[in-house]
Structures are given as C-alpha cells and as structure tokens.
Design a protein around this ligand. Sequence first.
Ligand code: SF4
Ligand code: SF4
Ligand code: SF4
Length: 350
Amino acid sequence: MTTTPQTAPGDQRAGFDEIDILWISEGMSCDGDTVSITASSQPSIEDVVTGLIPGLPKVNLHNKVLSPTLGGEEFLAPFRAAARGELAPFILVIEGSIPNENINGEGYWTSFGNDLATGEPLTLNWWIDRLAPRAWAVVAIGTCAAYGGIHAMAGNPTGSMGLADYLGWDFRSAGGLPIVNIPGCPVQPENFMETLAWVLYHAAGAAPPPPLDDLLRPQWLFGKTVHEGCDRAGYYEQSDFAYDYNSPKCQVKVGCWGPVVNCNVPKRGWMHGVGGCPNVGGICIGCTMPGFPDKFMPFMDAPPGGYLSATLGKPYGLFVRRMRGITNASLNKEPRWRHNRDELTTGYDP
Ligand code: SF4
Ligand code: SF4
Ligand code: SF4
C-alpha cells in the first residue's frame, strides 16, 4: 500500500512507480468478473502483481476474492485510507451495477464494511462518492458496472445503473481520465487485463491514455461485431443455417445476435484462445452491450433483423452455394493429363 498525504482531485500526474488497485465487487454483482480475470494469460493477474511485466508500476491489488489478507478490517484498511484522502495514487475498479440508494426505503441495497462509529453498513454508493473523485483512474469491469446489466433489467426494484449513469458520462478521474468501461458478462479475461495494463503503462508515464469510444469502451476491443469475427460467418453468407444447437452452421435462426453486437470474443476466444461463444455453439446474446439483457430477450428466439437479412440473402446464398459446390467438385479432381499412357496430353507444344 502506498500512503501519501491527502491529494486533491485533479492534481495527480502520471509517472508513478507504485500504485494501488482498490477493487470493490459489492455492486449488484455475482463476482463473475473477478473469477473470469483469473483465466487471463496475456497478461495474467499474477504477472502484473508480481512485477513480471517490464515497465509497469508496482501494483498493490486489493480484491476480496484474490486477497491474501484474512479479510475484515485488514482488508478494508486501504479503502478507508483512500476515503480519508491518505492513499494515492490508486485505481478504483467497480464490479457490479450501482443501486439507487435514494429508493432503498428503510434499508440499503448493498454495502461494503461498516461505519466504525455507528456500526451501520457503508453502502457502495458511499464508497464511490468518496473514492471516485480521488482515484487516478476509474474502471468499470463487466456489463453490470459499465451499463447496469442484469440487475438493471426492467421490473427490478433497486433502480440499478452503470457507473457512468451514476457518476455522469463526463466524469473525469484525478488522473484526467474518463471512466474506462470493459463490458462483458462476465468480462473476457484478456480484454480486462490488457486494458488494465494499458492504464498502468499510462500511470507509469509510458503510454498515452487508452482510446475509448463514445460508450467509454476500449476502441481496439469493441470496434468490430461478433459476426465479423465468427468462425461460422461463411455459413451465414451462403444461407446455410442451423436449426438446432448440434449443428456447426450459422446460428442466427436459433437466436444469435452476433451481426449487431460489438464483441471480440469469437476472434480472441475465452481462455488461452479457446472458445468464443458462436465458435463453439453458443448463440451470442449480446452480453457486452448497453441494451443487455432487455433488448436481447427472449434469448434463443431468432432476432427480428437476423430473420429479415437471412431471408433477403437466401436467393443469393442458395445460388452461390450451388455454384461453389460445382466448382468445389471440379477442384477436387486432378487435371486429366496426369496419366502414364504413352502420349503427352498436357498441352505442351515444343
Ligand atoms: Fe456477474 Fe455478469 Fe454482472 Fe459481471 S457483468 S457481475 S459476471 S452478472
Ligand atoms: Fe453471425 Fe451468429 Fe451466424 Fe456467427 S453464428 S455467423 S455471429 S449470426
Ligand atoms: Fe457476450 Fe456475444 Fe461476446 Fe459471447 S459473443 S461474450 S454472448 S457479446
């Protein structure tokens, strides 16, 4: 833990050789993103916290699932110090969506530790209000923290929302950065660790800030659609569709939203390059998207747009599939001049 005198928001410059990561998963969360990032290998969380990545600052990670402490006040100490303005610089990572404590009735929706004076629970919102303005960078991991996700579905009683909805989309951290959203339910492991490494290089003064799109996502990770990277896209183009989940063909008719979803998982895979939803038979349900899950339900129904484009493309697809079948059959035959008869039939003319 790096402890320094109180640092006013906005006056932290990059060039740190040590930084803390204060990771709170007490949002409306399943801790799935913490679990997911343990599968990352490029880089791994172990490599980052043990200093094996050249050029990164020394990282002190405070995540309850990955903590070597016994928990309790020992674990909470750096969070309390940061809330008092006695710890800097730090990166705040929020996992899970942010409930609306203005509508919690007589209770509270979610908490992280207790007030030492009163014994009353300290809400996630209490912590965000104190830590976010002091944080050198603020990172939302997973779709819940980024955009609200599952806990923000229509009909929920908590009024849950994403971090940018809570802090404001024009929020700037003490390091001058917007919130960095890394969506996914859960986040793809390397998507998070690669972005975190970029933020850490920036903290070290060795890299510019990571480029983000309008939805505060890393541009290089979310600029393409699932469909553009899918193993099955060749089937789609030929109008060759799966009608159950045992087929290797395009799954748009059994509920895949890949053509309209920003996600690199089919290209990158899930663990060590293996997997990637539609590549391995899972329909894309748009889990990285701000409209998830409401706009993708009911899952497993064919998306209306997918039905339309598949229907419009059918005449073309059937025609080229037929033509390609004929050409493919021809290409699977050796040229007829390859024989051992006593004549030369290659067409060679001396
Ligand atoms: Fe869990 Fe998904 Fe929310 Fe992450 S985004 S906390 S994996 S429900
Ligand atoms: Fe596109 Fe989904 Fe079909 Fe893949 S399975 S080609 S992502 S519609
Ligand atoms: Fe989520 Fe679709 Fe990406 Fe799979 S392919 S991780 S379901 S957005």
